[in-house]
Write a protein that binds this ligand. Sequence first.
Ligand code: AMP
Ligand code: MG
Length: 283
Amino acid sequence: MTGGLWTASPSETLRVERGFSLSHLDPASTPGYIGGKDAGRIELKEHADELAALQEKLYAQSKTEGKRRVLLVLQGMDTSGKGGVIEHVVGAINPSGVRVASFGKPTQEELAHDFLWRIRTQLPRPGTVGVFDRSHYEDVLVAKVRNLAEPAVIRQRYGQIVEFERELTDSETTVVKVMLHIGAGEQKKRLTDRLNQPDKHWKYNPDDLDARAAWGAYREAYQLALERTSTPNAPWYAVPANHKWYARLAVQRLLLDAMRGVNLNWPLAQFDVEAEKRRLAAS
Ligand code: AMP
Ligand code: MG
């Protein structure tokens, strides 16, 4: 099913399948969408309420027997727009139903555990949408590029991740994994803006330039991670992210499709509605 100015659903066009190549995906492209920035922004607003309503249904179901929850995993280089997706897409959902977890450099306590330990503590509860701003994937991305673990240890992690995500999808978690794919030129522009605007300095970290200097190594690490961990139950979506409006609209569609795909109904009242109406009227 498509809608609005989509000619093909991002769930199909952006899905990482066998033979996928990140270097062949143009970060400035807008696959499957025939509108431009203005149309895209309007469409994003038009679907905000639907996203909110779907989460509300999810929550309502969790009040009875429902265990379903959603996990949105966001990965991407600095300035790729993870924060903007959280603000402009996830922001449409009732804050009570959302939990955002950001994963930075592990603390000493976190390092003392298995790499999935800190991830497990942040998983969404039934009825809610969890968002990971970076995730367990850092342990096969920055960890690989910066040699933060032995190569053999990192090689094992792909399989551990696949197994972990299988556990999640087997226990009623809908997993949506998004890689925001930005080009090196666009990143330079965004980092320049950050440096030129004092109110953006807080977003800048001198380490960002070290990651930028290793651009090719990161792309290779992403390529490997995407191809090894994109599974039928927890597929990856590679979203061209040079156009913020497109990336946001595409992630919104991915979430909508994932949540529309879950059989969501308003739960039946666990009480006698007519009897309650009579009691209320008489009170
Ligand atoms: P930011 O998302 O811009 O706040 O940056 C968070 C930083 O923490 C990034 O440089 C990540 O690469 C880094 N980071 C996140 N997870 C890990 C990890 N498991 N090991 C090492 N560095 C990490
Ligand atoms: Mg950063």
